[in-house]
Ligand binder design. Structure first.
Ligand code: NAP
Length: 256
């Protein structure tokens, strides 16, 4: 139910940079909040995004300048950067724009995944290094990295690729033996195991996104004894992080 506010009552104007399950969960918690007036921003990458239950704007701001102008125009008093750990450009822009505008900013992020004793992970710094790492590994490759960086694997075209993403890569990479599956998590360990068996997967490529929506592939790889080429996260911008929606709500309420 929407909050009822008396005339003249002030509320904290909040911008959530979204595109993640965490951002949507935070939006659910703030919908109808009587002291916090939050809105969400999405990049517009996904064709049919899961829309949060708050006013939502879609599309880039136009770099640091555009974001700073948006903060001023909307009277934003606090920003939560709940974008994906690999969305490093928008996070860098938010760090600069908020510092310049004097608007407090926190990162809402998930802990990275950590390898267990029976895992065979090969850590790499970026997608080009992930492609190179495949040269010495098996033929059947499961690319679970989203759709934006698949072209990096054109450097190693002689593998049999299974590409899974929410929307198709545009353009499709030039890979002679590639199969595309369009699907959105969460996935179960059983379904992931069956998929890897069906496609005779020898190695999984993943970003170290963290979180519970897509970690079933790691357990499936563990059970099947498959190596995982794990792309580690980009370095952050020194913005203080909050872990979990409760912490984000508490931080906002402390200012409201
Ligand atoms: P990115 O490389 O960090 O950002 C590229 C540009 O997209 C930004 O400079 C900004 O454009 C715009 N942008 C990104 N996030 C935005 C947001 N929430 N609201 C408004 N504009 C935004 O981002 P990306 O990696 O392409 O990710 C795009 C979106 O998908 C993010 O919202 C992220 O949370 C989500 N996502 C990303 C991944 C991933 O692996 N990268 C995975 C799942 C979800 P302007 O400079 O014009 O403002």
């Amino acid at each position: 139910m929407a909050a009822v506010r008396t005339e003249g009552e002030t509320v904290l104007k909040v911008l959530i940079l979204g595109g993640t399950t965490e951002a949507t969960a935070l939006a659910r918690r703030l919908a109808g909040h009587d002291r916090i007036d939050a809105a969400v921003s999405l990049a517009g990458r996904t064709k049919n995004p899961v829309l949060p239950p708050l006013p939502t704007r879609i599309g880039g701001f136009g770099g640091v300048e555009g974001l700073a102008a948006h903060l001023a125009a909307e009277g934003v008093q606090a920003v939560i950067d709940a974008t994906h750990p690999f969305a490093d450009q928008i996070s860098a822009n938010a760090a600069v724009a908020c510092a310049r505008s004097g608007v407090p900013l926190r990162l809402l992020t998930r802990a990275p995944w950590a390898a267990g004793p029976s895992d065979r992970w090969i850590g790499v710094p970026d997608m080009a290094a992930a492609a190179e790492a495949l040269r010495d590994l098996g033929e059947g490759v499961f690319l679970t990295i989203g759709r934006q960086e698949v072209a990096a694997f054109e450097a190693v075209p002689d593998k049999r690729y299974l590409i899974r993403a929410v929307d198709p890569p545009e353009p499709m990479p030039v890979l002679p033996r590639a199969t595309l599956i369009l699907d959105r998590g969460p996935f179960t360990v059983e379904a992931e195991t069956a998929l890897m068996r069906e496609h005779r997967i020898d190695v999984v490529v993943s970003k170290n996104s963290g979180g519970g929506a897509t970690d079933a592939k790691l357990e499936a790889a563990r059970r099947l004894g498959l190596p995982v080429v794990m792309v580690e996260r980009p370095a952050g911008d020194g913005v203080e992080a909050l872990h979990g929606v409760d912490a984000a709500v508490a931080w906002l309420e402390s200012m409201a």
